[in-house]
Ligand binder design. Structure first.
Ligand code: CA
Length: 226
């Protein structure tokens, strides 16, 4: 999952980033509204963590901009405890949740997981599909109690496809979700195909048939079987 942290308190921004990266998220930071706006213009993110109190930019304007340009982006507002009016305004213009400062990193992660579940219409952190059990919180995949050993990238790709099951996900979407900035060589290379091939191999003992379908020239689709 690719996250943009918009926060002008640099130590806080770095603390959030290092925590989320340890938890398996890929993160970028913007310490000014201007940089955030540029990043939002040129990249895609799954989640925006937005401090509304920025020195150079109206946080609510930035929120409106990001939602207008990325209809699927999830947004959690980070704001001073006293800024009730701003939080309400933020929720009214489309933020998914807010967290008053100071907050615990554990709570931040729970809120992120809850917001992402809601976006994908899932209630709990454990998804069962095609005899597989995916624990989104612990980032593990198992089948009938047997842990399936996946690399970090394999897990990221598989969970992303499963969250978008029965929908075609393009290579570009996968690349942005996993690697963040679109790096030309990642995007054009067969990296993703190699990971998909390995996933098929690792999961073939547990899932029957073609569940990771290649859609020629477009991308991939995880098919939920009966
Ligand atoms: Ca601030």
């Amino acid at each position: 999952m690719h996250v943009l942290i918009v926060e002008d308190e640099i130590p806080l921004s770095k603390e959030v980033r290092s925590y989320l990266e340890k938890e398996g998220f890929s993160c970028e930071e913007a310490h000014t509204g201007r940089i955030a706006s540029d990043k939002l213009f040129s990249n895609n993110y799954d989640l925006l963590l937005l401090d509304l109190g920025l020195p150079d930019y109206d946080g609510i304007d930035l929120l409106k901009e990001s939602i207008a340009n990325h209809s699927n982006i999830a947004v959690i507002i980070l704001s001073a405890r006293s800024a009730l009016e701003d939080r309400i305004k933020g929720l009214n213009v489309g933020a998914d949740d807010y967290l008053p400062k100071p907050f615990s990193l554990l709570e931040l992660k729970s809120r992120i997981m809850a917001v992402m579940r809601r976006k994908h219409g899932i209630r709990a952190n454990i998804i069962t599909i095609n005899k597989l059990e995916i624990d989104l919180d612990k980032r593990i995949v198992s089948s009938g109690g047997t842990l399936i050993s996946l690399t970090r990238k394999e897990y990221d790709i598989l969970s992303f496809l499963i969250l978008n099951k029965n929908r075609v996900v393009t290579r570009l979407q996968i690349s942005e979700h996993i690697w963040g900035d679109i790096i030309e060589e990642n995007y054009n290379s067969n990296y993703i195909d190699v990971h998909i091939k390995n996933l098929r191999k690792k999961l073939s003992d547990y899932c029957e048939g073609e569940f990771l379908e290649t859609v020629r020239g477009i991308g991939f689709q995880f098919i939920e079987t009966e």
